[in-house]
Design a protein around this ligand. Structure first.
Ligand SMILES: [Fe+2]
Length: 298
């Protein structure tokens, strides 16, 4: 029986990430917070995991009802605090044997999960926030692209996104027009596919998995599944952490911290096509956690 105070049924029944398996240690109790609930977890040597509500005891679950549903996927521990878990989305590329899969960073950010997703989807900020890496002036135009909601998996997908980038990846040696595909398969997760230097027909995967600590705070887990057999993990992590470090102050300055869902709340521009689809998609799902629902703004 679920005992979370989260009143949003959709968010409560989703799987949420709480930590990278590789960083959890073996047989070590770790603590974290999800949807304002204190949790502890332990990864065993066989990579199975146990997660429990830790308001009573941090060190071990005291009774069966302390236990929380958990699973391991994409290098992270995922938990569901609701009674009717919604199946976790698929990232099939993660299983390809020649990919480098790693957690590039886990970073605490004082912002709501939907604000962080929306920033991740926005190509327009590249030349101004990630200057000389993911964008550079005068290449500021966001060219038109396609956005749709897939009928079978009910996720947002943006395709034919192209942007000029001076240094698109740790492996890049020069500037290039980079192709992006964005997926939003979960209200608090986005998966980005981008051209991989050296490959014409395969894409690098960069995923942002947000752990909602509460309505206005996240731990952002950045998963990479790369076609890169050149750079050391350290270099790859440094590249992504540099980019994320540039986003963090921008995110923390967002006001309000929760995402307004009223279509009139913030004036949309063409570059925001995915953001508009994302807000509408959240509205249609009836999401209330981490957002400001339309009625509150009237
Ligand atoms: Fe950014």
């Amino acid at each position: 029986m679920s005992r979370t105070n989260c009143a949003d049924p959709h968010i409560k029944n989703l799987w949420h990430p709480i930590g990278a398996i590789a960083e959890a240690g073996s047989n070590v109790v770790k603590s974290t917070v999800l949807l304002a609930e204190k949790l502890s977890f332990k990864v065993f040597p066989d990579e199975t995991v146990k997660v429990w509500y830790s308001d009573v005891s941090k060190t071990a679950p005291q009774e069966e009802s302390d236990l929380v549903k958990s699973q391991c996927a994409y290098g992270y521990i995922w938990v569901c605090l609701g009674d009717d878990p919604i199946e976790l989305f698929l990232v099939p590329e993660y299983q390809e044997p020649d990919r480098r899969n790693l957690n590039a960073a886990t970073m605490g950010v004082h912002v709501s999960a939907p604000r962080a997703v929306e920033n991740f989807l926005d190509m327009g900020h590249f030349p101004f926030v990630h200057t000389d890496i993911l964008g550079v002036e005068p290449h500021t135009e966001v060219k038109d692209y396609d956005v749709e909601i897939t009928a079978d998996t009910d996720e947002i997908i943006a395709t034919k996104c192209r942007f000029y980038q001076p240094m698109a990846a740790a492996t890049a040696t020069s500037g290039a027009d980079v192709e992006y595909i964005y997926r939003v398969p979960h209200p608090y997760c986005s998966v980005l596919y981008k051209s991989s230097p050296g490959y014409d027909d395969r894409l690098d995967v960069i995923a942002l998995f947000l752990q909602p600590v509460d309505e206005e705070r996240v731990r952002a887990h950045m998963m990479l599944s790369l076609l890169d057999n050149t750079n050391e993990d350290k270099m790859i992590r440094l590249f992504q952490q540099t980019i994320f470090g540039q986003d963090k102050p921008i995110l923390e300055n967002q006001n309000p911290k929760r995402l307004p869902l009223d279509p009139r709340a913030e004036v949309p521009i063409r570059a925001d096509k995915t953001a508009i689809a994302y807000r509408r998609w959240l509205r249609e799902k009836g999401i209330t956690y981490g957002v400001i629902v339309a009625e509150e703004l009237v």
